[in-house]
Structure formats: structure tokens, C-alpha cells
Design a protein around this ligand. Sequence first.
Ligand code: 5GP
Ligand code: ZN
Length: 113
Amino acid sequence: MDCIFCRIANGEIKGDVVYQDDEVVGFRDLNPQAPHHVLFVPRRHVATVNEFDDADATLIGKLVLAAGKVAADLGVADEGYRLVTNCNGNAGQTVFHVHLHMLAGRVMRWPPG
Ligand code: 5GP
Ligand code: ZN
């Protein structure tokens, strides 16, 4: 299996990594949609949110906690930021290794497109 986010997470490909722990890696998006755009991925390959199960509840929480820590480190926690995960075609998922987008540094519109 050739998964670009697995390769970034395991260091095979150099990413702009801003966060890492035993289970989660955060790196800057190649094509940022905001002044700060960081992707948080589980080190373990999970294709979409649909493949998570109850045993992954802690891992899912760790993705959100990592994003919150990086938001604080970047100084955007109080002004605000957006966390979003796209699942499959209608949501526009293009990389099939689960990732949580953290977007910050500009005002976001709602609803999203
Ligand atoms: P999705 O559309 O699946 O929710 O988001 C995929 C994201 O991954 C996009 O924002 C895209 O810019 C980003 N991306 C795709 N390939 C790479 C890559 O090789 N490196 C990094 N850092 N980001 C990537
Ligand atoms: Zn993967």
C-alpha cells in the first residue's frame, strides 16, 4: 500500500511536522487554505472515519487534543480556528488516510462549501 500520509508519519517522506507523539503526527498542508493549515493524522493507517470503531475513541480524542495544543502554540486558540474531517466523496476527501484539518489565521465562513 502506498499511502502518502503513512510515509510522512513514519518519516520516509519529509513533511513540515509541527507535532508528534506516540500515536499522532501533525504537519503543515502542502496547499494551505488559511495562514495556518495543519493536518493531524494517526500514525496507524485508517482510510476514512468510517473505519474507526469503539476501540479508537482515545485515538480520536488525541487527534483533537493535538490540534488544540498546536492552536495554542501558534497563538490562535483564543481568536479561533476550524477543525474539519472530510469523509469520502461528497465531503471531498482526496487522501484516504484519516486526517483532521486545523485551519486558522483568518475568518472562516459558514456553512462550508
Ligand atoms: P482532504 O481533501 O482529503 O480532506 O485533504 C487532503 C489534504 O492533503 C489537502 O488539503 C491537500 O492539500 C493535502 N495534501 C495532499 N498531498 C499532500 C502531501 O503530500 N503533503 C502534505 N503536507 N499535504 C498534502
Ligand atoms: Zn496511511
